[in-house]
Design a protein around this ligand. Structure first.
Ligand code: ADP
Ligand code: MG
Ligand code: ZN
Length: 482
């Protein structure tokens, strides 16, 4: 029975570190420069050029390890992983195979069944390869990416569904962004996931896994996992065997297809990198880095639920992007009701951003907070709020002055509202008679009249209260004998 199969998933994530220069040379580490302009003899793999380890790379890798609860090996070493590919001019990659920098960490994710911990096996440092672009008649090589510093974060096979896989990656990405390790822009290849998947029946040993490479959106991770699970279970049900191999996910067909048989580590002829000495850190260096860790997403999420009154869901969304969490923190400090502000931010603001194709908010946190305050205090209604927000997207300005200038405030003054009620009742004697005769539903019509007289400006709650007060008073006068 196909339902009895369970999926077992472990993820290897490659993250480009936000350093000024490359891992082993002084070339600039920058995205989007004209091809082959940030290169030198070392990162072009010319013979005789010697690598020098980038301190900032080590610093960020240690920081990542600490943010992910790993233990840091004070002594680690680089190795050569030998293989030929056109994007790898040296024909080997410098990586940490035998003695990685970090081991034994964890990431906690929220699942429908509660919290779940995904183990981190290890984190090691390595260098990126160049970038190949395949055209119709030619393939082009950009070596700007050769030697860009990476960490590879290897998870335990603790993940058991597509949703858990994407929750793990989202959390991992948020932690790395908060800690300033990497901007983790998936469309720029800063954060890339390889998904290993096997299936088995509970109580049996793990099955043979396949690896799906370079999935660069959460959605394709989830889709690739579903497709590969279907493929493996169908194969096994039909009496076939899963072959250990590297597969690629095709966005268009939604299927995975074989790329190459998976190499064993022996194929790479790993050996210690002779040009780089052991990396030796002191306990004090590591502790200094630990102290420099900023507030991380889980801490912040708890702060948002406990002190700002956000739901778990809203708080979870708010800490998925660093800029968003920073924005909310700044705005919430001026908001009377931070939870209402969060709704405005996650709802209407994101809708407008999507509509206009923006990836940042064009409104300052202070202005959004005062707009939220105008709404929660009842000085404007929600449709006016939306109108003002759209205006702030056009031009970031003070919503209070904007509302004043365009006469958008609701009428909340009790005396003015009472006068409005008087006037309405005078104008509609028939409706008043019906009300006094027991037909309470005419209140709606009276409210409509009053609203019309105020040109939609009357604050509805107060207006209704005063209207009913007046009507009830008249009813009593009518019924009480003179
Ligand atoms: P390699 O270096 O050959 O890719 P690793 O042993 O480093 O192999 O494992 C890579 C990833 O595969 C890890 O994230 C690990 O959790 C995962 N993994 C290992 N065995 C299985 C399995 N049977 N099913 C699914 N994932 C697995
Ligand atoms: Mg691997
Ligand atoms: Zn270089």
């Amino acid at each position: 029975m196909a339902e009895q199969w369970q999926m077992v998933i472990g993820i290897e994530t490659h993250v480009e570190l936000d350093t000024r220069t490359k891992a082993f040379c002084a070339c600039e580490n920058s995205y989007g420069a004209p091809p082959n302009t940030h290169v030198c003899p070392l990162c072009m793999g010319l013979p005789g050029a010697l690598p020098v380890l980038n301190r900032q790379m080590v610093h960020l890798a240690v920081k990542a390890g600490l943010a992910l609860d790993c233990s840091i090996n004070l002594e680690s070493r680089f190795d050569r992983k030998n293989y030929f590919y056109p994007d790898l001019p040296k024909a080997y990659q410098i990586t940490q195979f035998y003695h990685p920098l970090c081991e034994g960490g964890q990431v906690t994710i929220q699942t429908p069944g509660g919290e779940k911990t995904i183990g981190i096996t290890r984190i090691h440092m390595e260098e990126d390869a160049g970038k190949l672009s395949h055209g119709e008649n030619a393939s082009l090589l950009d070596m700007n990416r050769c030697g860009v510093p990476l960490i590879e974060i290897v998870s335990e096979p603790d993940i058991s569904s597509p949703e858990e896989a994407s929750a793990y990656l989202r959390k991992l990405r948020a932690i790395l962004m908060f800690a300033g390790i990497s901007p983790c822009r998936m469309n720029q290849g800063n954060f890339r996931a390889d998904v290993n998947l096997s299936v088995h029946k509970p109580g049996n040993p793990f099955g043979v896994r396949t690896e799906m490479k370079n999935l660069n959106s959460f959605q394709s991770v989830e889709r690739a996992i579903k497709a590969e699970f279907e493929r493996q279970t169908a194969l096994l049900e039909a009496g076939g065997e899963v072959v250990q191999e590297t597969r690629r996910f095709d966005q268009k067909t939604g299927q995975t297809f074989s790329m190459r048989k998976k190499e064993d580590s022996a194929d790479y002829r790993y050996f210690p990198e002779p040009d780089i000495p052991w990396l030796v850190l002191s306990g004090k260096e590591v502790e200094d880095i630990r102290r420099s860790l900023p507030v991380l997403p889980d801490q912040l999420r708890r702060r948002f639920t406990e002190t700002c009154g956000l739901t778990d869901y809203a708080a979870g969304l708010m800490v998925e992007e660093k800029w968003l969490a920073d924005y909310f923190t700044a705005a919430a400090s001026c908001a009377h009701e931070p939870a209402a502000l969060a709704n405005l931010l996650l709802g209407e603001c994101f809708a407008l951003m999507n509509q206009q194709g923006l990836d940042q908010l064009p409104v300052s946190p202070g202005h959004l907070a005062s707009l939220s305050n105008l709404m929660t205090s009842g000085r404007i209604n929600s449709s006016t709020g939306k109108k003002i927000l759209a205006a702030l997207f056009e031009e970031d300005q003070d919503p209070v002055s904007y509302a004043e200038k365009h006469d958008l405030f609701l009428l909340t003054d009790e005396a003015a509202l009472s006068a409005l009620v008087e006037k309405t009742l005078l104008q509609c004697p028939d409706l008043v008679e019906s009300y006094l005769g027991g037909k309470l539903t005419v209140e709606k019509a009276l409210m409509g009249r009053a609203m019309g007289l105020s040109r939609g400006k009357a604050e509805p709650e107060a207006l209704r209260r005063l209207m009913i007060d007046q009507l009830e008073k008249r009813k009593q006068q009518k019924n009480s004998p003179m």
